[in-house]
Design a protein around this ligand. Structure first.
Ligand SMILES: *Cc1c(COP(=O)(O)O)cnc(C)c1O
Length: 833
């Protein structure tokens, strides 16, 4: 067992203070929001451009964490006295210390370890190789795509004495990084998946990139790769001796020249499978059928296939295992389900590390709903049953799980571990489904977590039954990408308020607010008090500004601690009167510098200041703001600058009269990019977070967040001369047409102005124009030019491939309107890695 006192010898650095009661180090902790078992955790205070782990030391200490690795020269918040019982190791480079500790852990185990790198497919190759090997080996592998400088050490830390094989993926974005990952993983075997264009920003050229990636394989006995990537092949031959190379190829000449061990030829490609012939020198050729037809899957599966051939697995057995390969879901999805439930869908694997991640995601959901876990047997942990399920049970309280539905013989056998929870157990998924009653699930948050072989997608489908065929898919990773893009535009110390009004621009206020709270935004803003109440009820504790507080909402503001924007004397007098009855939250003063909508005028400032000064005991001013009328139009920059200058002039005067400083803010999304000099103390991010760059300056920097999808309900072939829809507005044509009816209409928020050829949707990746009028719940599109369209196919209405600004322009509106119009009856599905 590793003790705090072992750390200086392993990691270097100096002990600033010994822990009062040291406990063996079992868990590496990097994120203060993810404390599980504080006493045996070791926290690494990592620092990055947007982030400083040292800031969270007080919070961690309060949570019971007692062992810390901190950086030389960084002052401890609140001083060393604030942590009387804690141990601190001070090192020059905290990340290097984390990696050194993981490398030390890795050295304790002599077992085969695969290191996987390449541009694409790392995670899938890893998962499939683990699937193929699982009958023979107890595999320890990186959870999801934990392949970074931080993710790799955490993955390797999961190794324990029962594992017989490790598979870890390594991803890099800059030169120098691979050598560090290689020291942690210490691979004995390697797979180079391929070389593509991903992540090349940090590298001078292709050669540099491939050389850098090859550093993972300096010590491997055998490197598996496809010789048909010329740069990979050349680099492998340059750096490793021929007996260490295990290449496969689809080019006969390469194979005949002796540069590859296996020659793969595709004999037949069917709709959903591929038949291959694999030839190996001095051996019979074998035929395999893979359950996929697309090229990337083929390449990913072939890496695993040759590894198993190399290990000498019987080809017939290999074929059986290949048939069972399952597509790998790369994301954790949050879905709306029956009876007001939400499902966190994680049905692709179920090992302890994956379970911990999924529970962690569950615990970060602030919805105050009861939590139920539907869990299959936990596999591949390397632990004996009793200990394993005791560990699983210990993970549950932190994520608030109150009910467990266990599926599988193992978990059923160890049900005693879950005393204290409401439980139910089934031997298999069929038994669960046979007993499935929708009424059992009501207003709760369900985590569905199962090993592949349990086929829990059927459970998720049962929970989602009777859903309308149209969904708005909200990509939370893209949202975080956009958040970070805008954060990088801010001067140090400038705060970020995020607008989550109008159901977070249609994206779902709860999930968005929750994510923003997790990523530590400073403020949220909503339009109306009831939007703020809903956030509070669901557990959002960030400060919230309400832009349009009605006078009769003041008691509500008080109860839920919502801070109103005050824009008129009338409203201010009302607020002061209410504050005389009982204290009220601080206020935000809206100054009108040119928008001519809401706000105090320039001439009001003296009177406003005096009134606030006289009533200083009753209300406090948290901030002063103004809003630009044309931040997204370059042609209006002079006007915008005039507004900003007025704001810069008025606010010091206001502060002088009231006698204390307030936060000042003026910029919306477009303004953040256009007026970097006018950020004041805070900015107000809106549409940019949701993936639309309203000013058109940096559209490529943002990722689309929302995709509206619907389904084809029916396809008809119409002879020449037939019309379509109400009023026969889908005019007859001289040729035969195929018309698809889609399950979306204006009641879902799909604008009627898109009718009659103005709008189009994407089906099977191709554009299909609207025919006739948009109806209340349906619309029709012409799919004559799209081969093979069938009922049940998906149609993209906007989002990936159909960017919002261009669509909006077709009907003379703006992206804001399309986003916020998606009606609440459309189910939101949230995607996150
Ligand atoms: C909506 C709103 C914003 C955000 O505007 P975007 O253009 O969406 O960035 C900022 N400030 C105020 C006062 C708003 O009403």
């Amino acid at each position: 067992m590793l003790q705090f006192s072992d750390l200086p010898a392993l990691l270097g650095g100096a002990v600033l203070q010994q822990p009062a009661a040291p406990a063996p180090v079992q868990r590496l902790l990097l994120d203060s929001r993810r404390v599980e078992t504080p006493a045996d955790s070791l926290f690494f205070a990592l620092r990055g451009p947007q982030h400083d782990g040292h800031r969270y030391l007080p919070e961690l200490y309060r949570a019971g964490v007692r062992q810390f690795v901190v950086e030389t020269g960084v002052e401890l918040p609140e001083g060393l006295e604030a942590y009387p019982e804690a141990g601190f190791l001070v090192v020059d480079d905290v990340l290097a210390a984390l990696q050194a500790l993981a490398a030390h852990h890795r050295r304790q185990f002599a077992l085969p370890v695969f290191g996987i790198t390449g541009s694409n497919g790392k995670t899938i190759v890893k998962e499939w190789l683990a699937q193929l090997l699982s009958p023979d080996e107890l595999v320890c592998k990186s959870p999801r795509s934990y392949n970074s400088q931080v993710g790799v050490p955490l993955s390797v830390w999961e190794l324990n004495e029962r594992h017989t094989l490790g598979i870890f993926e390594a991803g890099i974005s800059e030169p120098g990084e691979m050598a560090r990952l290689a020291r942690v993983i210490q691979p004995t075997l390697g797979i180079f998946t391929n070389l593509g264009t991903a992540h090349d920003a940090g590298f001078a050229g292709w050669e540099d990139k491939v050389e850098e990636k090859m550093r993972l394989f300096g010590e491997v006995e055998t490197l598996f790769y496809c010789a048909d990537h010329p740069l990979v092949h050349a680099a492998a031959r340059r750096q490793l001796s021929p007996e260490r190379l295990a290449a496969w190829t689809r080019q006969r000449a390469v194979y005949e020249a002796g540069e590859a061990r296996w020659l793969v030829s595709v004999k037949e490609t069917l709709a959903d499978r591929t038949v291959l012939r694999v030839k190996q020198a001095d051996a019979e050729a074998h035929t395999f059928t893979l359950p996929f037809a697309d090229e990337p899957s083929l390449e990913n599966a072939l890496h695993g296939l040759v590894v198993l051939l190399h290990r000498g697995l019987d080809p017939a057995e290999l074929q059986r295992r290949l048939e069972r390969l399952q597509p790998v879901a790369m994301r954790l999805e949050m879905k709306q389900a029956l009876n007001g439930c939400y499902v966190l869908d994680d049905t692709y694997n179920n090992d302890l590390a994956g379970l911990r991640l999924a529970l962690d995601a569950l615990s970060r959901q602030p919805r105050r709903l009861p939590r139920t876990l539907i869990l299959s047997d936990v596999l591949e942990s390397g632990l004996a049953g009793a200990e394993l399920y005791a560990r699983v049970a210990a993970l549950l309280p932190a994520s608030g799980v109150g009910r467990l539905i266990g599926v599988g013989p193992d978990i059923s056998r160890h049900q005693a571990a879950f005393a204290g929870l409401q439980t139910r157990f089934y031997p298999d998924t069929d038994a669960l489904l046979a007993d499935f009653r929708p009424d059992d699930f009501r207003q709760e948050l369900l985590l569905v977590k199962g090993a592949r072989r349990y086929g829990f997608e059927r459970v998720v489908a049962a929970l989602q039954q009777k859903l309308h065929g149209t969904v708005l898919e909200v990509n939370l990773d893209a949202l975080v990408h956009n958040l970070n893009f805008y954060r990088r535009q801010l001067q140090p110390g400038v705060k970020l308020m995020v607008m989550v009004k109008a159901f977070a621009y249609g994206s779902g206020s709860m999930e968005v607010a929750n994510l923003l709270q997790f990523h530590r935004a400073d403020y949220l803003a909503v339009a109306y008090a009831d939007e703020g109440v809903e956030l509070r009820r669901q557990g959002i504790s960030l400060p919230i500004m309400v832009m349009n507080p009605a006078p009769d909402s003041f008691a509500t503001l008080r109860q839920y601690h919502l801070e109103p924007e005050i824009y008129s004397f009338e409203l201010l007098h009302g607020y002061l009167d209410a504050a005389r009855q009982a204290p009220l939250p601080p206020i935000h003063l809206k100054l009108d510098t040119g928008m001519r909508r809401l706000g105090f005028g320039e001439d009001d400032v003296a009177e406003l200041g005096a009134l606030l000064h006289a009533n200083a005991a009753l209300v406090t001013v948290a901030s002063a703001l103004t809003h630009l009328a044309s931040a997204d139009e370059a042609g209006q920059d002079d006007f915008s600058r005039g507004q900003l200058a007025a704001f810069a002039r008025l606010t010091p005067e206001l502060e002088r009269i009231i006698g204390y400083p307030v936060l000042k803010h003026a910029l919306n999304s477009a303004g953040i990019l256009r007026f970097p000099e006018a950020q004041f103390d805070m900015v107000r991010l809106g549409i940019g977070l949701y993936g639309v760059e309203a000013g058109g300056q940096r559209p490529e920097a943002l990722r689309p967040v929302s995709t509206l999808r619907t389904t084809v309900s029916q396809v008809k072939t119409l002879p020449p001369g037939y019309t379509v829809g109400y009023g026969r507005r889908g005019e007859a044509t001289a040729h035969e047409r195929r018309i698809a009816t889609l399950a979306i209409g204006y009641a879902d928020g799909y604008d009627r102005r898109f009718g009659s050829g103005v709008g189009e949707v994407l089906i099977r990746g191709q554009r299909a124009p609207l025919v006739g009028s948009v109806c209340m719940d349906m619309c029709m599109v012409d799919v004559t030019g799209v081969a093979g369209v069938r009922a049940g196919d998906e149609a993209v209405v906007f989002g990936e491939g159909l960017p919002l600004p261009a669509l909006a322009a077709r009907i003379g509106t703006i992206a804001y309107e399309l986003l916020t119009n998606v009606s609440e009856r459309v189910k939101r599905v949230f995607l996150a890695e």
